[in-house]
Design a protein around this ligand. Structure first.
Ligand code: NOJ
Length: 538
């Protein structure tokens, strides 16, 4: 395999070896009793993250914002929203994180600003304002209707009428999130300078929001209908986003962002791109001048069965360009939690998969203690997506519930009323309880992270898929002479895996159940329901 030699010879960067941990800041820890998490709260939990063993934190947006989309609507890119703290708090957090060897990634939201951003306020003030061309303003059709049929991701048309200046503006998300026009060189300059502002302050890189959205068709052609759409499905999916996302020219913008990162040492970006996997590959850049990691969301979208997942992993490995480093994700602040999707028992198998596949893992806060989606009563809904398009299960509040730290009031997250309800079972499922239980999912995550760190084969080694029976997925990770076999039972029946053909001695390293001792295995191994095994091949 081409990357075998690489694993042995080349130097790997921190973002290739390391593990990224996503923090949704509103929900991590509230230090000032307003019910909303904040930067000092995050800083006070760096001990925990260091104990857990992750390498980098990615913090979802913390910038000045009216919070129409909870920080993804930014009104000042170079300041911290008071709800999260101050620039001083931010500097203290970065200094402390770096002192502990933790990298810090920020969320960079280039596609749109808030409608309260001074750039947009100027832009909408008059057709002749110098910032008019910073956003996408277009005339109505002769009958007064929007320029074309484009839809907004969070429901309704993507064009908002502006009475005062008599034109529509385009917004891919909420009407409070007008899209910038990235074809405008002034926009490019201003937005690339935003990156420099934070890089100069010491951040180690960015997660780039909806990277594939940044350019739209110049001719404003209508998007085609989606033949697979039916009423009751997400209304945005009624059209295919042919002319609104993933335009080939977007790669030029991505390369400009990359060039900014290259002005500094050892900085990186991971792009948020929801596209079929073969289209994701373009975001590495034709020769590596794109994103360091275009997020690979396959484990979020695929049905949880061994055959489909094994096939997807193989395909992804095969499609990767020679210079492309892989990555894997189980969940984030926009998608249902892994424990809800696959169940509490399988969540442990998923943890082993995430931390042993080839590529950088990104963990979502709380998944390490098995947090699940929290049902949100109608009167407590916060997410604008659920408010705009209710009842279809699209709302994202359930996966954003506050972190469960301990069994005290409000799970130790806040001393006042939390901004979102806390899971009812927090007295059982919380960090304090899980830390003192040697068999907890948290103990499993910690152990997996330790082993991954100690074993080059797991962090950066070669990957080879092995055939396995029903419900089983098996692969070997290898660096030099060191080989580690991973066998995962994605079902809830007992299964056997044949070791005979491997022609070597096998020693059990770890079971996801954390209850097996390191014995030598003969001929074949039995896996219990929902069990994953790490096995040394000697
Ligand atoms: C993707 C982000 O992850 C999501 O939370 C946000 O609502 C949209 N982009 C718009 O910025």
């Amino acid at each position: 395999m081409a990357n075998t030699a690489m694993a042995e010879t080349r130097d790997f960067r921190w973002w290739e070896r390391g593990i990224i941990y996503q923090i949704y800041p509103r929900s991590f820890l509230d230090s000032n009793s307003d019910g909303i998490g904040d930067l000092p709260g995050i800083q006070s939990k760096l001990d925990y993250l260091q104990w857990l063993g992750v390498d980098a934190i990615w913090i979802s947006p913390i910038f000045t914002s009216p919070m129409a989309d909870f920080g993804y609507d930014i009104s000042n890119y170079t300041d911290i929203d008071p709800v999260f703290g101050t620039l001083k708090d931010f500097d203290a957090l970065v200094t402390d994180a770096h002192r502990r060897g933790l990298k810090v990634l920020l969320d960079y939201v280039p596609n749109h600003t808030s409608d309260q951003h001074p750039w947009f306020l100027e832009s909408r003030s008059s057709r002749h304002n110098g910032k008019r061309g910073w956003y996408l303003w277009r005339d109505a059709k002769p009958d007064g209707s929007p320029p074309n049929n484009w839809l907004a991701t969070f429901g309704g048309p993507a064009w908002q009428w502006d009475e005062q200046t008599g034109q529509y503006y385009y917004h891919a998300f909420l009407k409070e999130q007008p899209d910038l026009d990235w074809r405008n060189p002034e926009v490019q300059q201003a937005m690339l300078d935003v990156m420099r502002f934070w890089l100069d302050r010491g951040v180690d890189g960015f997660r780039v929001d909806v990277m594939h959205h940044m350019l739209k068709d110049r001719d404003l052609r209508d998007n085609p209908r989606n033949p697979d759409w039916r009423p009751g499905l997400n209304p945005y999916r009624e059209l295919l986003a042919t002319h609104t996302v993933d335009l080939p020219e977007v790669q030029e913008i991505v390369a400009k962002m990359r060039a900014v990162l290259e002005e500094y040492r050892d900085r990186m970006m991971v792009g948020e791109i929801y596209l079929p996997v073969e289209r994701i590959m373009a975001y590495y850049g034709a020769s590596g001048e794109g994103a360091h990691l275009p997020f690979n969301f396959q484990l979020i979208g695929l049905a949880w069965n061994a055959r489909d997942i094994a096939a997807a992993v193989e395909r992804y490995e095969a499609l990767l360009p020679s210079f492309g480093w892989p990555n894997w994700v189980l969940g984030n602040h926009d998608r249902p939690r892994i424990a809800t999707r696959v169940g509490t028992a399988q969540a442990r198998v998923a943890a082993m998969m995430l931390l042993t596949l080839r590529g950088t893992p990104t963990m979502y806060y709380g998944d390490e203690i098995g947090m699940h989606n929290v049902p949100i009563p109608a009167d407590k809904v916060q997410d604008p997506f659920e408010k705009n398009v209710p009842g279809l299960g699209l709302g994202r509040d359930p996966e954003r519930s506050p972190m469960q730290w301990d069994s005290s009031a409000h799970a130790g997250f806040t001393c006042s009323t939390p901004w979102l309800p806390i899971a009812e079972d927090f007295t059982d499922i919380n960090v304090a309880a899980a830390r003192s239980d040697p068999a907890s999912i948290l103990s499993l995550y910690k152990r997996l992270i330790e082993i991954r760190r100690a074993e080059t084969a797991l962090s950066v080694g070669d990957f080879a898929h092995l055939p396995a029976g029903d419900d089983l997925m098996a692969y070997v990770r290898k660096a030099g002479d060191r080989r580690i076999l991973v066998v995962l039972n994605l079902g809830n029946n007992r299964r056997r895996f044949n070791l005979g053909e491997l022609a070597c001695s096998c020693r059990l390293l770890l079971s996801t159940h954390l209850d097996r001792s390191p014995i030598v295995l003969e001929n074949d191994v039995a896996l219990r329901p929902d069990e994953g095994l790490l096995i040394e091949l000697i």
